[in-house]
Design a protein around this ligand. Structure first.
Ligand code: SF4
Ligand code: SF4
Length: 245
């Protein structure tokens, strides 16, 4: 058995009244079913329909948070394995029920019990520790920018790749995957911004536009990660932030 109050605490923080109302009013009408790519890919499995994905959360309420370990496994499997929180089904629901929000509530329960899937847990940990989800050191990040600028200048000799330019109009942020594995994407971004004559900058810290805290359902981590980008924007006094995600 798990600690019921822990589950209830998470549910309370997640705007209890709204979650309860959505769980109560879902008519299981199935109007949203064909909007979900999980169900479309597995049409013989009704448990992939959006409404079915509420079941673990309904059970958590029915049992006042007193879930067994097996039930928590079930909730975790559903929360991470059957919904990517795309929100498409909400567009089809006559009540505007957000299955994505309910899924994220279920994910927060999983996080509170240390059941974050290992890959997401690693990305979250790296982001918290290194400021980006691939643990790229600042030195490597800056070198990659300089390397791509050098290549770009063969084509556009006047091209620039400013870092920490205060007062620029736009702060560009990246998916760390582009920096680590696809520097040609960085090349393309720089080319576009230079060709458009944008007043842009990159930041030394707060440049990762991904948010593993959001994916995992870890609210504190999500807030911290967004805060890194907000801090960079404020520090550099930009008026816009361009997100790669
Ligand atoms: S939010 Fe989840 S359930 Fe709804 S369409 Fe997207 S993946 Fe399917
Ligand atoms: S979420 Fe909305 S559309 Fe989907 S089954 Fe429930 S009431 Fe129907």
């Amino acid at each position: 058995m798990t600690a019921p109050t822990q589950v209830l605490e998470v549910m309370k923080k997640k705007d209890n009244a709204r979650v309860r109302m959505w769980l109560d009013i879902c008519a299981r009408c199935g109007l949203c079913a064909e909007s979900c790519h999980f169900f479309l890919s597995n049409p013989d499995h009704p448990d992939y329909t959006p409404a079915y994905k509420n079941k673990p959360l309904l059970l958590a309420y029915a049992k006042k948070g007193d879930l067994t370990s097996e039930e928590l496994d079930w909730l975790t499997d559903y929360a991470y394995g059957t919904c990517n929180m795309c929100q498409r089904c909400s567009m089809y629901c006559p009540y505007g029920i957000s299955i994505a929000f309910l899924t994220r509530t279920a994910r927060s329960i999983a996080v509170a019990h240390g059941r974050t899937p290992p890959n997401l847990a690693r990305g979250t940990k790296d982001h918290l520790e290194f400021g980006n989800n691939m643990a790229i050191p600042e030195e490597d990040y800056v070198e990659t920018i300089e390397w791509q600028l050098e290549e770009l200048q063969e084509e556009l000799p006047e091209a620039e790749a400013p870092i920490e330019k205060e007062g620029a109009e736009v702060l560009i942020t990246f998916n760390p995957r582009d920096i680590k594995f696809y520097p040609q994407n960085l090349h393309a971004y720089l080319k576009i911004y230079n060709a458009c004559n944008e007043n842009f900058t990159m930041a030394r810290t707060g440049w990762d536009s991904t948010n593993y805290g959001l994916f995992t359902g870890d609210d504190a981590a999500a807030k911290y990660m967004s805060g890194l980008v907000v801090d960079a924007g404020k520090r550099l006094k930009v008026s816009k932030v361009a997100s790669a995600e």
